[in-house]
Each structure stands twice: as C-alpha cells, then as structure tokens.
Design a protein around this ligand. Sequence first.
Ligand code: GDG
Length: 497
Amino acid sequence: MPFPEQIGSTISSAASRTFNFVVVSNRLPVDRVERGDGGAWQHSPGGLVTALEPVMSSNDGAWVGWPGIADRDFESFESDGAWLVPIRLSEQEVAEYYEGFSNDTLWPLYHDVIAQPSYHREWWESYVEVNRRFAEAAASVAAEKATVWVQDYQLQLVPAMLRELRDDLTIGFFNHIPFPAYGIYSQLPWRRQIVEGLLGADVIGFQRNADAGNFARAVRRILGYSAKGTIIEVPETDDEGRARVRTVIARHFPISIDASGYEKLANDPGVQERARQIRHELGDPKFVMLGVDRLDYTKGIGHRIKAFGELLAEGRLSGEDAILVQVASPSRERVETYRQLRDEIELAVGRINGDYSTIGHQAISYLHHSYPREEMVALFLAADVMLVTALRDGMNLVAKEYVASRVDEDGVLVLSEFAGAADELKSALLINPHDIDGLKDAIMTAVRMPKRDRAMRMRALRRRVIEHDVARWSNTFLEVLGRTQPADAPAVATTDE
Ligand code: GDG
C-alpha cells in the first residue's frame, strides 16, 4: 500500500478541511520511518487499523494520531481515503505520557495489577497535556455536528475535553483493554478525573459486559451518579444555569477481526504450502503447539512455557513428538518491566531447550520477531494446538485469528477464561492459566482429542467469529452512537458486513 511523501500542494489547500467522521487514537494507521534517503510512511498493520479502515473509507473521515516518531512536525495529508492528522509528541512526552502513564501506570492497573503500576505526578501532568493536544486537534478537523470516535486507554480524558471545546459533537469512546474492579481501580490517584474524562462521551464501549459493569460501579462510587443497566445519568447545567441530565451509554461491544480476510489467506495454496513447509522444517513432529503474542506480561507466556516444560519433564509429552512454537513480537522495549519479562522468558526457554532439545530437534522454537500476516496464517494452519493463556486480556484477537484461519475445521484452541474472547468462544478448551496442572491437562486433552470432536468444536467457534466480525463490531458501535445524535446531524455510514 503506497503512502505518499508530504504532498505540498494538496496540504495547503486542504489545511482547513473538516470532516463528519473523526477517529482519534494514540497511533496513526501509518508510522513515519526515517531512512538514509529521507523518510517514508509505512502502513502499521495493527488490529485497530484493520478494524477502522473500512469505516474510514466509507466515510471520507479524518484520523488524528501520533506517527510514532518524537519531536517531528508533519502536515496533515491524505492516505487511502482518510485524512491523517499527525500529532507531535516530544521525546519527554513519549517517556512520560506514553511509556510512563499509559504503559507503566494504566496498563498494569487495568490488567489487575499483574505488574505493579507506577504512580508519578509528572507522568499524569504529561498525560493531561497530551490528551488536551489530541482533543484540540480533533476539535479543529471535526465538522459541525460531526461524530468523533476516540480509541483506548491512552486518551481517556479526550471525550470530556472535546465536549468542553465542541458541545455540538457526538462523541464515542472504545476501551480496548479491561476496566478493572473498583477495589483495584480505586488505587489510581486520578480515578475521579479519568471517570469524568470518559463521561464526556455519549457512548462508552468496553470489550466485556463485566468491564462495563466495573465502570458503572466506579461512576456510582466516585461520583454518586445513577448508573442502571447501560444508562448513566450525568447531571449538568445548561447555558442558563438550569439543571439537566445528560445520558451516557456504557456497554460492551466485543471487538473482532476481518474474518473473511483471514479465510482468504488460509485458502491460498501458497499459504497452505508454507504451512506444510513449516511443519517439515520443525522436523515433522506429531504435535505442533503455538503461541503468538506481543511480549507482554499480561499474556501468560511464562505460564504456558512452564506447563509445556513440566509435560516434557514428566514424559507425558516427548521432546521428539512435540514442539512449542512461540512467536513473541517485540513490544515496549524501553519499559523496564518488559525488559525483565524478556529476560525471564528467555531464561525459561533456554533451560527447557537445554534439557529437552536434541541436535536435530528443538523443544521450543522461540521467535522474537514480527512476521507478515501470510506467515502468521501459515503458522496457524501448521499448529495442532493454539495456546492463548493470557492472565488478563481485553479481547485477544489472536484466538479469533486462529479460528478464522482454520478453514480445514481442524486444530484445538486452548483459551484463558481471563481473555475477553472466552465470553464468545465457549467451544474452546477454557482454562485458568494460574492452575498449571489444569493447563497441562487441557494441553493433553487437546493433543488426544479425536478428529471428530476437534471438527465439531472448531465449526462452532468458526460460526461465532465469522458472524461476529469486525464490520459488525464497528457497525454496532456506530449505530448505537448514531441513535444519540441530534436529528439534523450528519449520519455516519456503516460498512458492508
Ligand atoms: C489490545 C488488547 C484486544 C502479533 N504479533 C504479530 C502480529 N500480531 C498481531 C496479532 C493480533 C494483534 O497483533 C494483537 O492483538 P491482541 O488482541 O492479541 O493483543 P493486544 O496487542 O494486546 O491488543 C487486546 C486488542 O487490543 C483489540 O481491541 O483484543 O485484548 O490488549 O492481530 O495477530 N501480527 C503480525 N506479525 C506478528 O509478528 N502480522
């Protein structure tokens, strides 16, 4: 997908363009990459980008976000039917707002304090300042009565800031990660400000019903507002100082994937051949198990490796028959907790490989890389058992990608009940990753499962993922948001399902 260098002429003439639909997320759908011969824009293929691109192109929308490089100003520009508005972040803001408050305060707190969150007042101040910058940029590109959809935990103050600037807008917010129970959330020194920030939205979306419930409870406990079912009543005063109530909807909208895109790749003869080749390169073992995760402490990679190692130690699996392929894509490498995690995982992999690998056969094939999507689908097709053992996860798209890729209706998904996907993928083998014995038993059930049972479970899983794909997710969210718009506001077009 080509992305233009800055196109001077179109930029100046379009500098004051406004849009009926605006997405705001921490990252733009493209990254700026600097090379010896100058810079270029590269597509950043995250789940969020694939989820929102179809809506953007049906709507001639704008996308506000950071281009992934510090201390650089870029003009807005058009790319693939969307108007991209790059936000500048300084090196210090990347350290404080992004790596600090977003990834070392909110991320561990919202994932049930699996790692200890750090609370620093300077990080909070940077978070407020950067959120304001995003809100101002969104306000400047939004047309009269436009719809603005703010994404994720890095930008929780944007809805209220935006409403303050532009009360004509319809504002949606979607939280991609869990929202914790009040006992945990209440640790946050800025718990009131965050809840107030979110309540600036008309619709607040969460992955699971439980997340929406946790949020409603936080609203009741901190602000004392009425929150019944999915409706929260926010008391306000109008321009004449009269009391009124604004209604905010908080409910779950489980995110999904472009299921037909994955099916298409899985049906590609080249990808299928690559899957066979992968198994061959692994030494044609009887059982291939697979884990695919960002190298993150929420994903339970260590628990999975421990379970696999014990099965080898006990001889329930033989090193000759079984292999665990673990793709651990590099993530947040400047945050100390992530560096420690990498050391721990690599130590564990090294020990097991030292004990159980032979010259011609590895026990664990550990890959600290990112791969193109075709290769991921080939890996999914090559894997007899997919291990998703997250300790806490908003949804977990990998589980859905595995299912969508198994057009052959084979393969077994072992899925943590602490991943949002467990609410939908009930025909997976559901496990508690903290219960290592239970996890080991589930792995053995998976490798021994008769083909007929595998097919039955996989068919049920596939029905769910194919019917509830990402187009349905964004359409449902935008329909609910659309119902809160004033009658004369421009409607947002949904996409084909
Ligand atoms: C957050 C929430 C929620 C990973 N390695 C490679 C690669 N990936 C892709 C996967 C998948 C995506 O990255 C990861 O999505 P997940 O959902 O598994 O996890 P998070 O990154 O933590 O995402 C999560 C999600 O937001 C969406 O709301 O589900 O709970 O934490 O698409 O396939 N893709 C390629 N090469 C890799 O090496 N091509």
